[in-house]
Ligand binder design. Sequence first.
Ligand code: FES
Ligand code: FE2
Length: 317
Amino acid sequence: MFPNFWTPVLPVAEIGAEPIAIELAGESLVLFRDAGGQFSALPDLCPHRGAPLSRGRVTESGCIECPYHGWQFDTDGTCTRVPFNPLSSAHLSKLSVVSFPTRVIAGMVWIFTGTENASAPQLPSSLLEPNDRYIIHHEIWNAHWTRAVDISLDYLHLPFVHRNSFGGELNDAAHKDAIAQISITSTADGMKVTNKLNTLPSGTKIDWHQPNIIVLNLDGMPLLPHFFAIPINTHKMRFMQVLLPNPGIGQSNFNFDDFFAASDDDRIMVESQVSEVSNVNEGYNVPTDEPSLRFRRWYYRAVKGKRNEVIRDMSAS
Ligand code: FES
Ligand SMILES: [Fe+2]
């Protein structure tokens, strides 16, 4: 459901010496790190008898050891040991598993959701600062990941969904007959959207980077928020907020928890929507829906379309 993309999965700080079971785009994976701090993501399924490798342990040499019969796999997925069987290295290599490429960026572990052609991720420069500059919060939403991208691209939900918090002022009588001015610039990996009401001097800039990154640029905000909509499966996602504070901004003079809590309104809205975003020819649309329509067109072509091609190829062969 999310083929061949780089996506963060968890903050580095939450991954210790024990292997962790994660679900990413419907696949069960084990995530672990070796003594040198190298991360590895393998299918959470031993190729011997199907035991979950995440219930095993990481050995002193940095391999993951299956909890059932002790087969060991290194961070590349190569089988390095089968107890009680003196196998040649050629034989061992035939018992290996695939590994998914991993990286550490912006204080998070990223995984590439494919096993081939994992070129380096193209990321906004605001995600290339040292890891310890980022303040990270994540939570699980019972929603399809596309819903979280859709709401994050959408300026005009603020006066309604966030009526009782920061969106309240846009719902004021002063803006009752306001007209929204939304302009879009295409970029190599998504779009930049500028949003403004004709009754207000300033607005909001929203950047979308394929597949699942939103960067918000709010006038006067002392930090730069990044939102990630990470697919867990078809009805669950992880909403990760990654804040890059301006110099001089920290826990002592900014309430990060209040900032993170503002997305509760969004969670309630997207959890009430059924399944993935609909295609552009379903439902009614108006001119201010253009950012959402561009995302949907891309999703149906580049993600769903690619998936359908794979399924067609598989059934033809
Ligand atoms: S099931 Fe993993 S070693 Fe047997
Ligand atoms: Fe929102």
